[in-house]
Ligand binder design. Structure first.
Ligand code: SF4
Length: 381
């Protein structure tokens, strides 16, 4: 993967914690932790203990990292180093097995993650990268929330660690096999923290999650797509297209007013020239907007020469939204046209709908007076 950007809370030399800007040790790579250890006149290998205790054992108290000399632990704490942890406020379980987590950051931002299981019991976690989102997609509940702030890499990976712990303790499951950056927020609008979080999850000294088990989904920011080609390694890329024409796309995605479909697809071609990797286009089917036969043919024409698969997503309305989902026959018809046109296409049916955990619904409970946990007797806290 590409070079890691510097942590903003370390001083110029990248090794000195700054009392005025406390350093979250969970945010740092082993190299950065080594530089800190050296600055405190400790052996660089101490960094391995810190990283392992945080990212494998889930420690949140510097004093618990017992292999470190006591004086070193004290000095870390005195200079403002700490280990952050999200608070799990509530979990909601849908009858289909989907679990939504409501987390809170130390400064009170609320974010959500969703744990999905497939028919074979494999689990995938959908995580958030921002509290709120600036992109304002019309079909998405998150887009209607006020943007609060970017999440740090530590806050992004913590969703995974806490969900995995829940999966083991409450669902008697094992490790979570896949993570998708498709929750609240636009990953490329928080690029550095997202890339840092991927490195943390992938690091063999920590959770060691394979890059191919990670997918980053963007609403289509050309600069981010091209940058990701250099930085993303084997991590998968998905692009939310959702429409075959600029006119339709602009009706549902504010970002389409800045970048045309041509610009997005040029970036995708450049990404493929650099990486040789296949991409996925996400296409949310909305009744009488983008689900006609004509739209299917236009979509085929657009992406025919790109090495890509299409995920057709059954639309999930949220309180106050103006759109309706396409009916089952229309979805089938749209898929069959794409398949006939030579485009590999999969339909993603709604999951976790009763708990507002489906695609485009995160944050939906905050748009409604209804408390999602009352929507199903299955829900638990
Ligand atoms: Fe943001 Fe994604 Fe929702 Fe668009 S769909 S508003 S990019 S979270």
């Amino acid at each position: 993967m590409g070079k890691q950007p510097k942590n903003a809370n370390l001083n110029e030399n990248g090794s000195t914690p700054n009392r005025d800007r406390p350093v979250d040790l969970k945010d740092l790579s082993i190299e950065e932790l080594s530089a800190i250890a050296t600055w405190f006149r400790q052996k660089p290998f101490m960094a391995g203990y810190i990283f392992n205790f945080i990212h494998t054992h889930g420690m949140t108290d510097i004093d618990q990292i017992s292999p470190l000399p006591k004086r070193f632990r004290q000095r870390l704490a005195e200079t403002g180093c700490f280990i952050s942890q999200l608070k799990l406020v509530q979990s909601f379980t849908d009858p289909d097995g989907t679990v939504k987590f409501l987390f809170e950051t130390v400064d009170g931002c609320r974010i959500e993650s969703v744990l999905l299981s497939d028919q074979d019991g494999r689990r995938t976690l959908c995580i958030s990268t921002q509290a709120g989102c600036r992109m304002g997609c019309a079909f998405c509940a998150t887009g209607k929330l006020k943007f609060q702030r970017n999440l740090s890499a530590a806050e992004i990976v913590d969703q995974f660690y806490l969900a995995e712990r829940y999966n083991k303790a409450e669902l008697h499951g094992g490790r979570i096999g896949n993570v998708v950056y498709m929750g609240m927020g636009e990953p490329f609008d928080n690029y550095d923290a997202v890339m840092r979080s991927i490195r943390l999850l992938h690091d063999p000294a920590g959770r060691n999650l394979g890059q191919r088990h990670i997918t980053v989904s963007t609403c289509g920011i050309p600069e981010g797509i091209v940058q990701f080609a250099g930085d993303g390694g084997q991590v998968r890329l998905a692009i939310s297209l959702h429409a075959p024409t600029n006119e339709i796309r602009q009706r549902i995605m504010v970002v389409a007013r800045t970048w045309t479909i041509d610009e997005v697809l040029s970036a995708v071609r450049e990404y493929q020239r650099i990486t040789g990797r296949r991409v996925t286009f996400e296409y949310c089917l909305i009744q009488k907007l983008n689900d006609s036969d004509g739209c299917a043919h236009q979509l085929i024409g657009l992406i025919r020469n790109i090495d890509a698969a299409v995920n057709l997503i059954e639309y999930n309305p949220h309180p106050g939204c103006a759109f309706q989902a396409s009916d089952a026959r229309r979805i089938e018809r749209f898929q069959s046209l794409l398949l006939k046109g030579g485009i590999e296409t999969v339909v993603r049916y709604k999951r976790g709908q009763t708990i507002c955990a489906a695609c485009g619904q995160l944050g939906a409970d905050r748009l409604s007076k209804r408390d999602p946990k009352t929507q199903s007797p299955e829900n638990k806290t």
